[in-house]
Design a protein around this ligand. Sequence first.
Ligand code: NAP
Length: 248
Amino acid sequence: MFDLTGKIAVVTGGSRGIGRATSISLARAGAYVLVNYRSNEEAAAETVRLVEEAGGQGELLGFDVADPESVERAIKEAVGRHGGIDILVNNAGISIDQLLLRVSAKDLETTWATNVNGAVYCAKACIRPMMKKRWGRIINLSSVVAESGNPGQVVYSASKAALLGLTRTLAREYATRGITVNAVAPGFIETDMTAELPDAAKQGIVDQTPLGRIGRPEEVAAAVVFLASEEASYITGQVVRVNGGMHV
Ligand code: NAP
């Protein structure tokens, strides 16, 4: 439906879950996808295989988003190989769930390093190549809990709310350069991140979701592909909520 032929996309955390589904969907729309992973090379290689199976093209791009030098180096090399980066999906994320009284400084540092600093480092590394082409798309994966809050997700929800501020500011900073910046805020999606929740907690979430079910990674990927497309050219600084009506 949307045509991304000729676009070069980076998907951080593309080895699993939403990042994997997004890599496949972007590739199916015609983008060449650089599938980033931190540690799980085998899983990321499986994503590249699935990209190819879907008729698309891509390659591995290993780096830790929390390490600014690795980000800079890897993106620079990728720009050298492919002539630019058109689409950045800041998807890599972690969740350390704690009530406030149990939150440690380490929980904060670790979560922020990946979820917030990582998105800033990746955007910073990609922005010049995008400015050069006077075209770019940055899509940040936030979360429903950034806006609704959720007991036990103090650090995670704060980090995902920080991404909304980042999204709005970058949208304003780079609009005149032909670069749009938006956020996608998923609700409860079936991935490794949510796999360990007890069945009772999952049922509680389903009960609060008007569409009455858990979401699929592909349903989040569809929103990313739209925001990456030419058809979304007049949308910037926005939050697209993919949550089954859980928070309206
Ligand atoms: P997931 O299944 O846990 O996968 C996380 C991905 O992030 C993996 O590919 C992992 O790579 C990568 N990653 C983690 N730290 C990294 C780092 N420092 N550098 C590079 N990559 C890193 O997560 P998911 O459920 O697909 O979630 C994807 C995004 O959507 C996250 O930002 C999450 O917060 C957000 N989200 C998810 C849900 C949900 O219900 N699942 C809801 C709202 C928002 P490795 O495999 O190499 O470790």
